[in-house]
Design a binder for this molecule. Sequence first.
Ligand code: DC
Length: 229
Amino acid sequence: MKKIIVAIDGYSSCGKSTIAKALARYAGYKYIDTGAMYRAVGLYCLNHGLMDKETINEDGVRQIIDSLAIGFSLQADGSQHTMLNGEDVENKIRTLEIGDAASRISTIGFVRQALVRQQQRMGDEKGIVMDGRDIGTVVFPKAELKLFLTARPEVRAQRRFLELQQKGQSADFEQVLKETNERDYRDTHRKESPLRQADDAILFDNSELTEEGQMKQIIEIFEKRIAQL
Ligand code: DC
């Protein structure tokens, strides 16, 4: 079967990674979570004094960005853990604090360029599902299938809130909603590769869909696209 590149973009917490992982499993493709890569950079910069809650030392970041080894390691249960310089940082990067650091560090042009180069290399052999904010517009503008996911902010904040609760992290719904709106604003208004739907992407709103319902529709879209090629 012909192997393609599937680019999945959209707002934070709208289920991109759930869909991307499930589609990759269905198709036997590699799955790459590019948000995790920006999160790993944010974690490194916070831990090494290159950024704090308000400021970023851009010159310092520029010096280390190409030396960071960011990758993914496949676990026995089929899940993937994010690796940073040989350390499994999967749990450390999934906090609101690191989400915020990632969102801020991802506004810097040279950070994006470094990560985009790595992401493009990962897609050399196709057979890949990649999710993020600029995959269909910048990383793989020629991807054979592009999806743009969205859901109402309240629905996304509720999902994020439950996720944090399940992980035992304390969270306040109003705070999560506020941060969701702030992140949306920053992701869509930044100068460098703002989040936007590619002209040839299929818009998919999953506010009212169950995980099962949406997967059924996504697989139909995927199969239809493969048949067209
Ligand atoms: O998808 P996520 O919440 O894990 O992403 C964390 C942040 O990284 C998000 O606020 C925006 C940024 N990001 C990006 O700018 N480009 C990508 N391709 C993926 C994520």
